[in-house]
Design a protein around this ligand. Structure first.
Ligand code: COA
Length: 374
C-alpha cells in the first residue's frame, strides 16, 4: 500500500529547536519566545542573535553581534555592476544572482562547517539588505546609496532605499516586519535551504536555493498578489462581489490559507494593526478598508481553516511606506535571512542527506523502438 504524502503534508522531517508553529492555536514561537512577546520588544538584531545563537543576547553580546552586522553591510563593486546589468529583470532573479555573486566573491565562505557558515551567514544577513536597496535604486535610475554604520539594520535599509534617514516610526515598522518574517520552521524555502545544506553544500548555495524557492506566488509572492488584488478591487464596496466571483471561478484568494495554520496567523494579526494605524496616519485608509472587506467576505471559509496569512496585510504596510510592489518578495528575503541561516547551521550540526522517494506510476516494460518505427 502506498504511504505517500503529496506535498509532504504532515510529514515530520526532523527535530528542530529553532521555531515552533502551532497551526491549530495560531501560535508562533522563536526559540521559546512567543512572537507576540518578541514583536513589541525585540529588535531585528536581537532576534537574529536569538535564532542563530539560541538565546537572547546580553548587552555586550548584542553590541558585538550588531557591530559584526554593521561591518558586513557593504557589497562588492562587481555585485553592483551585475545588479545594474540585470536591473530590468524580475527582482527575485536579480536578487538570487546578486547573492550568488556575493557568495562566489567571498572566498572564506565555501566550507560546510558551523565555524565558517556562522560568520558567512551573518555577512549575508547584512548584505541582503544592501543588495535589495541597491536593486531598487538602480532599477529606478538612481545611484546606490552606501550603507551607514551609525544606523540600525532597519533604519539603514530604509536609508539605502530612499537616500534619506527614515523617521523613527518608519524604521520601527520595518524592524517589526523583519522580526515577523525572520523564521517559520520548515516552510518551502527553508526546506530547500536544508536540502542544499544536507548535501554538505556551503551556506551560500543553501541561501541561493532558498531565495529561488521563495519566488513562487504560493510562498513569498503572495503579498505582491494581494496588493494587486487590492488595486483591482479599487473600492471597498466592490470587495464582497469580487471575492464571490473569485471563489465561484474556483480561484484562490491570495493572502489566505496556510499549510500549517488552520487558525489566525499571529504575524498577520500584528501587521493588521500596523496597516490600520499607518493608513490612518498617512491619510490613506482605502487599502485597509478594502482588505477588511475582503477579510469579511472570506469569513465563511474560516470553518475550513482558511484565515488571512502574513502576506495579507504586509503589502499594504510596504505600499504605505513607499516600497513598490516589485520589492515585496525581496523584502521577505531580507527578513527571512536569519531563519534560513539558523536552519543551515542546525542541519550541519547533525547532518544527513535529505532524499525522499517518489512513487513511480509510469509504464515499466516498454521496449526501445528505433526512431523510424515510432
Ligand atoms: C498557502 C497554500 C498554498 C496552502 O495550501 P495547502 O496547504 O496545499 O492547502 P490546499 O491548497 O490543499 O487547500 C485546502 C482547501 O482550502 C482551499 N483554499 C486554500 N487556500 C485558499 C485560498 N487562499 N482561497 C480560497 N480557497 C483556499 C482549497 O481550495 C482547498 O479546498 P478544497 O478542500 O475544497 O479543495 C494555499 O492556501 C494558497 O494557495 N493560498 C494563497 C497563496 C498565499 O497566500 N500564500 C502565502 C502563504 S503564507
Amino acid at each position: 500500500m502506498s504511504s505517500k504524502a503529496t506535498g509532504l503534508k504532515g510529514v515530520v522531517l526532523d527535530e528542530t529547536r529553532i521555531a515552533l508553529i502551532d497551526g491549530d492555536e495560531g501560535k508562533l514561537v522563536y526559540r521559546g519566545y512567543n512572537i507576540h512577546d518578541l514583536a513589541p520588544h525585540a529588535s531585528f538584531e536581537e532576534v537574529c542573535y536569538l535564532l542563530l545563537c539560541g538565546s537572547l543576547p546580553d548587552g555586550g553580546q548584542l553590541s558585538a553581534f550588531d557591530a559584526q552586522l554593521r561591518a558586513s553591510r557593504a557589497i562588492p563593486q562587481p555585485v553592483i555592476e551585475i545588479i545594474e546589468r540585470l536591473k530590468a529583470a524580475h527582482p527575485m532573479d536579480v536578487l538570487r544572482t546578486a547573492v550568488s555573486a556575493t557568495v562566489a566573491l567571498d572566498e572564506s565562505s565555501d566550507d560546510a562547517t558551523i565555524e565558517v557558515a556562522l560568520p558567512a551567514g551573518i555577512r549575508l544577513i547584512a548584505q541582503a539588505a544592501t543588495i535589495v536597496a541597491a536593486m531598487h535604486r538602480l532599477r529606478n535610475g538612481l545611484e546606490p546609496v552606501a550603507p551607514r554604520d551609525d544606523l540600525g539594520h532597519a533604519a539603514n535599509f530604509l536609508y539605502m532605499m530612499f537616500g534619506h534617514e527614515p523617521s523613527v516610526e518608519d524604521a520601527k515598522i520595518i524592524d517589526l516586519d523583519l522580526v515577523l518574517h525572520a523564521e517559520h520552521s520548515s516552510n518551502a524555502s527553508t526546506f530547500a535551504a536544508r536540502v542544499a545544506a544536507g548535501t554538505a553544500a556551503d551556506i551560500g548555495s543553501a541561501i541561493v536555493a532558498a531565495i529561488a524557492t521563495l519566488k513562487g506566488p504560493l510562498h513569498g509572492g503572495a503579498a505582491e498578489a494581494v496588493q494587486k488584488t487590492v488595486e483591482e478591487i479599487g473600492d471597498p464596496d466592490r470587495a464582497v462581489e469580487y471575492i464571490k466571483d473569485k471563489i465561484e471561478a474556483g480561484e484562490k484568494v491570495m493572502g489566505f490559507g496556510h499549510r500549517v495554520y488552520k487558525n489566525e496567523d499571529p504575524r498577520g494579526q500584528e501587521l493588521k494593526g500596523i496597516a490600520r494605524d499607518l493608513g490612518h496616519k498617512r491619510g490613506n485608509d482605502r487599502w485597509f478598508q478594502i482588505l477588511q472587506q475582503v477579510e469579511t467576505a472570506m469569513e465563511p471559509y474560516r470553518a475550513k481553516g482558511i484565515y488571512p496569512n502574513v502576506d495579507f496585510y504586509a503589502g499594504a504596510v510596504y505600499s504605505l511606506l513607499g516600497i513598490p510592489e516589485e520589492q515585496f518578495i525581496p523584502m521577505f528575503v531580507v527578513g527571512r535571512m536569519p531563519g534560513w541561516v539558523a536552519h543551515v547551521l542546525e542541519q550541519y550540526e547533525d547532518n544527513v542527506l535529505i532524499r525522499p522517494l517518489l512513487e513511480y506510476t509510469g509504464p515499466r516494460h516498454l521496449r526501445y523502438k528505433p526512431i523510424a518505427e515510432r
